[in-house]
Design a protein around this ligand. Structure first.
Ligand SMILES: *[C@@H]1O[C@H](CO)[C@@H](O)[C@H](O)[C@H]1NC(C)=O
Ligand SMILES: *[C@@H]1O[C@H](CO)[C@@H](O)[C@H](O)[C@H]1NC(C)=O
Ligand SMILES: *[C@@H]1O[C@H](CO)[C@@H](O)[C@H](O)[C@H]1NC(C)=O
Ligand SMILES: *[C@@H]1O[C@H](CO)[C@@H](O)[C@H](O)[C@H]1NC(C)=O
Length: 774
């Protein structure tokens, strides 16, 4: 009987669907005009969400429950619940990708494309990170309200540590540093979810963000190792101070409502089947309140690729018992019934997951009647997508992120009067698609660097030099050389693209691909003046040759700068903006590629010659260091003395008598949260812009350890902020120093401790010594 009614309903929906596609109403449950909704406790907005979710789950048949456990969750027509798509993307703007991708053929046809995240990381500007999240949340709601999205759960941010320069998805992250990534995670999530900058959590989510990929995921495909088969062998020390902090922050500080468990195994266990990781750590220890999705087909991968699970039913049972809630793919929907039959899975395991899933949909306001009628997010409309405010933010982020790597004899900025002719050379100069990186939507506009420069210098001559970043076809070095020799200035646009680095593709070499180096040096040799090299790439490239070539006067790194990238680069080249971005990752030499990408160890091992990874542990030469970046101005940094800031400390007295002591260090756990709070103190850095241009400057505060024994990092970023200063202007930047957080290190057993003795705070070359004692 019921089956029959459902068939009828489906039939009428099918007839209606062309109309629905045209209408601007998003899908929602608990329509007040449907009389039955009054009888459902799950529709009663006065009840606590947990109770409403429980009520809904209790009304479902076993078959209905099973069907809700995949990213394509079908409608439950008899309860007035529409279909839901869990998988939408919004890495640096609402994006394509995902089965729940927005339909950009409706009223809204384009979205703001912010720079790819690695360049946004280079701004070291937390306010911008929050605002980008906020803009994305707003655009997402607008698209939903316009009926062009079937879900509001976005699978961003990507907060895995950029561990290896070859990683194809490193471009999606804010870099290699745990503090930067943790801060980015929290602020991006707060912005997307409609939370405040300080972050208290919100009752009604504007959109849902998802911390991915949990955890130690940062390898795509390298040799015969893929992310599906890779077992990341991670030490307790590295897990605690490198791989986990962004996720902890994303949950505890960001109050994220989503997490994604990753494909790779961690020490032999797939995260999607790891009760310790998903339930004990995320839910119990970090108080995660939200849903956990698998990466796409990660449950199937447990059986098919890694062989961790013997049967499909085992894989499904492992995942649901571990604490995963929804599977991206159809595997759980296909094999839950047999897993129940075989007694591997209990209905209660599914109910637990379903409560989390419906709780998130309810927190998004999708069970409160028509969401376009709510006061809070209902009125967000198409005019808030690609708004001037969001487009300015995309421009501002590109401007603040771009890093000046070399500028011999102040070659830059170019002065228009002295530049009457320009050669623009390189395969990356006129490629609009390249600018938006991956996981992007259709941008509001797209102006390539070539088009932007043509707006500055009328006589701009363009030679691609080769067909694309691979630079192994249509090579026209002779033509490029000829044009370069005839103009006042030459700007080369080189680097990488998504065919060199992307999801499912890691690099083998850090050198510029194909004939790029030959093209650059040949052009530089022929040019009248030293040339300018602009690198468009997410991952680092070994451009040692360009660093040392006197015919290459300036180098700029612009990441994948998003929709505003072309004009932003032009503004910097012509001095309308003073660059201040700092590299959020180490640029290693090609020699680094001798170490296997599969080695997850952060710490160097002198016995094997393993050099370690990232600025915190790497012992080898660099092409450019983490935090490096020039400006058209000179800045000075100085710690303010105790007489100028009486609240600062040069001695920290732990005043903890009852704790179990080790002679050299204290366990942070034993000091306790309250005592740790009392130890906090301010320290102030005076930054001055000595001119000649106004500019914005990130200020990075590091802690340096006097010795690097027992896995102590060489140094560690402990604070950062961004300050705008006029030429000649100075400002005081205050950092709240928390000894428990900032002076602590992680032992080989994975425990956080504070060493007794000297701790050195550093800004640029300045150091401030602080003693820790009983
Ligand atoms: C991958 O290749 C390495 C080196 O050639 C080899 O030692 C290893 O056994 C291979 N692994 C697999 C899974 O085939
Ligand atoms: C699930 O079942 C459907 C229908 O039998 C089949 O087409 C699909 O390939 C299955 N997918 C998975 C991941 O098992
Ligand atoms: C060019 O290089 C790419 C790799 O970047 C490679 O896939 C392609 O086969 C090469 N093409 C030629 C013509 O050598
Ligand atoms: C910054 O200072 C250095 C050293 O004093 C000087 O050589 C350089 O020209 C200055 N740069 C600017 C932009 O003023």
């Amino acid at each position: 009987m019921r089956a029959h009614r459902e068939t009828l309903l489906l039939f009428s929906l099918l007839i209606l669907s062309p109309l629905l596609a045209l209408s601007t109403t998003p899908p929602f449950s608990c329509d007040p005009s449907d009389p039955s909704s009054k009888n459902y406790a799950f529709c009663n907005t006065k009840l606590p969400v947990a109770q409403r979710a429980q009520d809904l789950v209790s009304r479902l048949t076993v078959d209905e429950k099973i069907q809700q456990l995949g990213d394509i969750a079908p409608a439950i027509p008899r309860l007035g619940v529409p279909a839901y798509q869990w998988w939408s993307e919004a890495l640096h703007g609402v994006a394509y990708g995902g089965r729940g991708s927005a339909d950009y053929t409706g009223t809204i046809k384009s979205v703001t494309s912010f720079p790819q995240v690695i360049l946004t990381g280079a701004t070291f500007n937390p306010q911008l990170w929050y605002k980008i999240g906020e803009a994305i949340g707003t655009e997402a709601r607008a698209i939903y309200n316009s009926g062009q999205l079937q879900g509001l759960t976005f699978w961003a941010p990507n907060i895995n540590i950029y561990r290896d320069p070859r990683w194809g998805r490193g471009q999606e992250t804010p870099g290699e540093d745990p503090l930067t990534t943790s801060t980015y995670a929290a602020l991006f999530v707060r912005g997307v979810q409609g939370d405040s900058y300080k972050g208290n959590g919100v009752a009604l989510l504007k959109a849902s963000a998802c911390c991915k990929h949990f955890t130690a995921y940062d390898l795509e495909r390298w040799g015969n190792v893929t992310r599906f088969t890779f077992n990341a062998v991670v030490t307790a020390q590295d897990l605690e101070d490198t791989y986990q902090p962004p996720f902890k922050s994303c949950v505890e500080e960001g109050h994220a409502s989503g997490m994604m468990c990753s494909y790779n195994e961690v020490n032999g266990v797939p995260p999607c089947g790891d009760y310790n990781l998903l339930t004990k750590i995320a839910r119990k220890e970090w108080k995660f309140y939200g849903y956990i999705t698998s990466d796409c087909d990660a449950v199937e991968v447990m059986k098919s690729s890694s062989g961790y699970a013997k049967t499909p039913e085992d894989a499904v049972a492992y995942a649901l018992k571990a604490g995963m809630d929804v599977n991206c793919g159809f595997y759980v929907q296909n094999y839950s019934a047999s897993a129940l039959q075989q007694g591997k899975l209990k209905e209660a395991d599914m109910d637990r997951a379903l409560r989390n899933l419906f709780t998130v949909r309810m927190r998004l306001g999708l069970f409160n009647g028509n969401p376009t009628r709510y006061k809070k997010y209902g009125s967000i409309g198409p005019n808030q997508v690609c708004s001037q405010e969001h487009q300015n933010l995309a421009m501002e982020t590109a401007l603040q992120g771009i890093v000046l790597l070399k500028n011999t004899d102040n070659l830059l900025p170019l002065a228009k009067p002295q530049c009457s002719s320009l050669a623009v050379i390189g395969p990356n100069a006129d490629n609009a698609e390249l600018l938006v990186g991956n996981y992007h939507g259709p941008p509001c506009f797209n102006i390539t660097p070539l088009a932007a420069l043509q707006g500055y210098i009328k006589d701009t001559r363009y030679v691609a030099g080769c067909s694309d970043a691979a630079c192994n076809t249509s090579i026209t070095i002779d033509q490029a050389v000829q044009v370069a020799s005839t103009v006042d200035n030459v700007i080369l646009f080189m680097g990488l693209d998504q065919n060199q680095e992307r999801e499912d593709l890691d690099r083998y070499s850090l050198l510029l691909p194909g004939a790029q180096q030959d093209l650059i040096t040949s052009v530089a040799k022929a040019a009248k003046k030293p040339v300018i090299l602009v690198l468009l790439c997410g991952g680092p490239v070994d451009v040692s040759f360009a660093k040392s070539d006197p015919k290459i006067g300036a180098i700029l790194w612009a990441g994948y700068p998003g929709q505003a990238g072309g004009p932003a680069i032009a503004q910097i080249l012509f001095g309308e903006h003073n660059p201040g971005g700092k590299l959020p990752l180490t640029w290693y030499p090609q020699d680094f590629t001798r170490i296997p990408m599969t080695d997850m160890n952060m710490r160097a091992n002198p016995a094997t010659g393993y050099p370690g990874r990232t600025y915190r542990f790497y012992k080898g030469e660099t092409v450019f260091q983490f935090g490096y970046g020039l400006s058209y101005s000179n800045y000075s940094h100085k710690f303010i003395s105790k007489t100028e800031n009486p609240n600062m400390k040069t001695t920290v007295n732990l005043q903890v008598t009852k704790i179990a002591r080790n002679s050299n260090y204290y366990h942070v756990d034993e000091i306790g949260v309250d005592a740790c709070d009392k130890l906090k103190f301010p320290t102030t850095v005076r930054v001055q812009n000595h001119g000649p241009m106004e500019g914005r400057q990130p200020v990075l505060l590091f802690l340096r350890w006097p010795t690097e024994t027992n896995g102590r990092p060489a140094k560690q970023l402990v604070g950062f902020n961004s300050v705008h200063l006029k030429a000649g202007e100075a400002a005081h930047i205050e950092f709240a120093v928390s000894p428990c957080e900032h002076f602590s290190r992680v032992t080989e057993e994975g425990k956080r401790v504070i060493d007794k003795g000297s701790h050195l705070l550093m800004v640029e070359e300045e150091e401030l010594e602080i003693s820790v004692m009983d």
